[in-house]
Design a protein around this ligand. Structure first.
Ligand code: GRG
Length: 296
């Protein structure tokens, strides 16, 4: 596990340096928006999605530094979704990543705009990947199309819509899976797919890496649901019980903690099976157990 943690740390440093380079300077006019964007991006975060982009590119033979524009763009999209998710009209949360939420610091209007700004700026940055030596323009176009689909109304937004509309309502298992695949797994899946596509992976491998992404994506959300019930507030960076407060539909609500853990373990096993024939798969194998046993 030490080896995996070192690798995660090394990638995180690369991502954070690149994010600093790709985000507009906060002294630009009007500085309030740039300050709010930077505040939320640098409030913390595991940088899981950009790391997946980089390691997936590496798995298929491309240096991980070459996909940093795409990796950073996806982290910007992820941060936008967190800012909007925390707004009073959504989950109305005061803390995120261990700090006051964007709207608590900058007010609702600027927080809404900071989310919008990160979402749009993300595609400006992702498009820059075409200027990196060895990257094909067609691959960048495919990546832009796929990321916009995964984060838009056919992806993450529809998951969020079901999440909001089903508050206080009993939904069935199929709807719970739909919601979590869209809300959480889509961005994780597309991170892996994008790294692989930029590295020139073939269709068969693209499908496999996406399947792995779907399994770990749902597993990630199940663990998120469990941590919201029994996690350590100081470690997760926000108060526990916010799902209960908002009467959310979660795996814990539907199946209880023990059954949810079993489901997460089953997905972990299935994810390992997907990559069994891959060479150099050690990072992705270790990552499954790391995410399964995570405390934040
Ligand atoms: C369109 C107005 C509008 C809002 C959209 C799409 C959306 C808002 C929100 C996405 C839903 C969402 C926040 C899903 C949760 C996914 C999840 C488990 C987030 C936490 O991810 P981590 O643990 O966070 O990787 P860090 O802080 O480590 O980056």
């Amino acid at each position: 596990m030490k080896e995996l943690e070192n690798e995660l740390y090394e990638c995180k440093i690369l991502v954070e340096r690149a994010l600093d380079k790709f985000l507009p300077d906060e002294n630009l006019y009007p500085s309030e928006i740039f300050k709010a964007m930077r505040y939320s991006v640098f409030a913390g975060g595991k940088r899981l999605r950009p790391i997946l982009v980089m390691k997936s590119a590496e798995l298929f033979g491309l240096e991980k530094e070459k996909v940093l524009p795409t990796a950073c763009g996806i982290e910007m999209i992820h941060t936008y979704s967190l800012i909007h998710d925390d707004l009073p009209c959504m989950d109305n949360d005061d803390f995120r990543r261990g700090k006051p939420t964007c709207h608590k610091m900058f007010g609702e209007a600027i927080a809404l705009l900071a989310g919008d700004a990160l979402l749009t700026h993300a595609f400006y940055v992702i498009a820059k990947n075409k200027d990196v030596e060895g990257i094909k323009e067609n691959a960048v176009l495919d990546v832009i199309a796929k990321i916009s689909k995964a984060s838009g109304p056919l992806g993450m937004v529809s998951g969020q819509v079901v999440d909001i509309l089903s508050e206080g309502v009993n939904i069935d298992e199929k709807t719970l899976y739909f919601m979590d695949v869209k809300k959480t797994a889509e961005l994780i899946k597309v991170s892996l797919w994008a790294g692989a596509r930029l590295a020139g992976a073939d269709e068969k491998d693209l499908i496999k890496i996406e399947t792995y992404g779907e399994k770990i994506g749902i597993m990630f959300q199940i663990i998120d649901d469990i941590l919201d019930t029994n996690g350590d507030e100081k470690i997760i960076g926000k108060p526990v019980g916010s799902d209960i407060k908002n009467d959310k539909n979660t795996f814990v609500k539907m199946f209880g903690i023990e059954q949810s853990k079993l489901l997460a373990n089953k997905l972990a096993k299935e994810a390992k099976e997907v990559l069994v024939e891959f060479k150099n798969k050690e990072f992705f194998m270790m990552l499954i157990d790391y995410l399964l046993n995570r405390s934040h």
